[in-house]
Design a protein around this ligand. Structure first.
Ligand SMILES: Cc1ncc(COP(=O)(O)O)c(C=O)c1O
Length: 441
């Protein structure tokens, strides 16, 4: 095994030197061989070709591929990647967390709590953010955490459907409704509840029902209240978009069940975290039970990360308590940054629609925002785009031929001359979409 300069023994310069060189050579050779063994073991057990541990531990996926001007532009999903620019700035550094290997190992977060898998730090930041924005009353409400608000929506259906009822509870929402509502309600063909379509067409007399109230509404941005008033029904308020970048905050919502998500508030859809504010203890307990049965709780790692993200947003406003007075400098203030983006995007979209001449959009509705203390228009996360051109009855197909992917009206209980377009994608994808739309005649 011994090899190298020392072992070969270059004479001269004295025996001491030779002996020292020999010792160094042996040490070097041992080091080389230990490294070799380590590499062999790593390859054998991890099959990673010897990449650095650091790289393996933190290298993230990069999301959707970048676009060029000839790409297919996918604006079908509401993937909120446009907030990336905010988080890549200083706020991103402040939102960084490190989770040592020994942390977050137990299933439990707070054994004594109704929602035993809810991280207390996440709950604190949720309550703090609602106090800051004033969009919902959190005092006197139970906070529940879910794997996205998608899981909490299902938890609410489970909690609100009487188990022994003769027929499944009807789940309705006024068209156009969020396209996931029918799909998520029915995919397991539950005996507890079933999708019953457009709330405006539903005969609520003597029927158990759950009305899903999405406000601002996905897909058309409308501000909504329940349309059904019968005593046998209950409402679930999906307030995913009730944040200042999308709509003026006009009051602190105080409904029985309110659903929120970091996806649309902060842009962290990949963290897969939502929360519910629930007034009634028994309903909150049943919702919590659903999540226990469904996924045995919610990732603590995600909750810690989301807590830090929400904290970073609130801290940003604590540092600059008079946002309206300093409008224009929105560094560190997420809602101001995001609103500025939405204003610019809606301006570009309305200009493209005017240049094209074959499309229409819903009107802008202004309101007084209690958060920014300004009168502002609503800038919804989706454009509900209608085509007025003769013969275009399948607008989704028409745009697909022009390499723009959208979601057709049929999936929302509307007609095929209208589509939903995400306003939240990357700057690059949005700019290409605008150029293509303006050129359609
Ligand atoms: C109205 C509405 N609710 C809920 C969701 C889902 O949110 P999450 O990512 O938290 O599951 C969406 C996502 O597009 C949505 O538009």
């Amino acid at each position: 095994m011994a090899m190298g300069g020392g072992g070969g023994g270059k004479e001269g310069g004295g025996g001491g030197m030779a002996a020292q060189a020999g010792r160094l050579g042996v040490a070097a050779s041992v080091a080389i061989n230990l490294a070799g063994i380590a590499l062999y073991l790593r390859r054998r057990y991890f099959g990673d070709g010897g990449k650095g541990e650091e790289e393996l531990a933190v290298a993230p996926s990069s999301g959707k591929p970048p676009v060029t001007k000839d790409s297919v532009i996918n604006l079908d999903h509401g993937d909120p990647t446009m907030y990336g620019a905010f988080w890549r700035g200083g706020a991103g550094e402040r939102a960084t967390i490190v989770i040592p290997g020994w942390q977050t190992m137990s299933y439990f977060s707070d054994v004594g709590s109704l929602c035993w898998f809810l991280e207390p730090g996440f709950e604190r930041q949720v309550r703090r953010l609602h106090r800051l924005v004033g969009n919902a009353v959190a005092d006197g409400y139970h906070v529940l955490v879910g794997n996205g608000s998608t899981q909490l929506f299902q938890a609410a259906l489970y909690a609100l459907s009487p188990p022994g009822a003769a027929a499944p509870t009807s789940v309705v929402s006024p068209a156009p409704y969020y396209s996931s509502y029918p799909a998520v309600t029915d995919y397991l063909k539950s005996a507890l509840y079933r999708w019953a379509g457009d709330a405006n067409m539903f005969d609520a007399d003597g029927e158990n029902y759950i009305e899903l109230v999405c406000s601002p509404n996905n897909p058309d941005g409308g501000i909504r209240e329940p349309v059904l008033k019968s005593g046998a029904g209950v409402a679930v308020h999906d307030l995913a978009y009730y944040w200042p970048q999308y709509t003026p905050i006009t009051e602190a919502a105080a409904h029985d069940i309110m659903l929120f998500t970091v996806s649309k508030c902060t842009g962290h859809a990949g963290t897969r975290l939502g929360w519910a504010l629930v007034k009634d203890r028994a309903v909150a307990q049943r919702m919590s039970k659903f999540i226990e049965l469904n996924t045995i709780g919610v990732s603590k790692d995600s909750q810690l990360r989301a807590a830090k993200i929400l904290k970073t947003i609130s801290d940003g406003y604590d540092r600059a308590p008079a946002p309206a007075a300093t409008a224009g400098d929105d560094s560190g203030r997420l809602f101001h940054f995001a609103r500025r983006q939405m204003v610019a995007r809606w301006g570009a979209l309305r200009a493209a629609v005017a240049a094209s001449g074959i499309f229409t959009l819903p009107d802008e509705v202004p309101g007084n925002c209690t958060f920014t203390k300004e009168t502002v228009a609503a800038y919804p996360p989706f454009a509900w785009l209608r085509c007025e051109k003769e013969g275009v009855n399948d607008l989704e197909g028409y745009l697909r031929e022009r390499k723009i992917l959208t979601r057709g009206g049929g999936k929302f209980g509307a007609d095929g001359r209208v589509v939903r377009i995400s306003m939240l994608d990357t700057d690059e994808a949005f700019a290409i979409f605008i150029d293509r739309l303006a050129a359609m005649k």
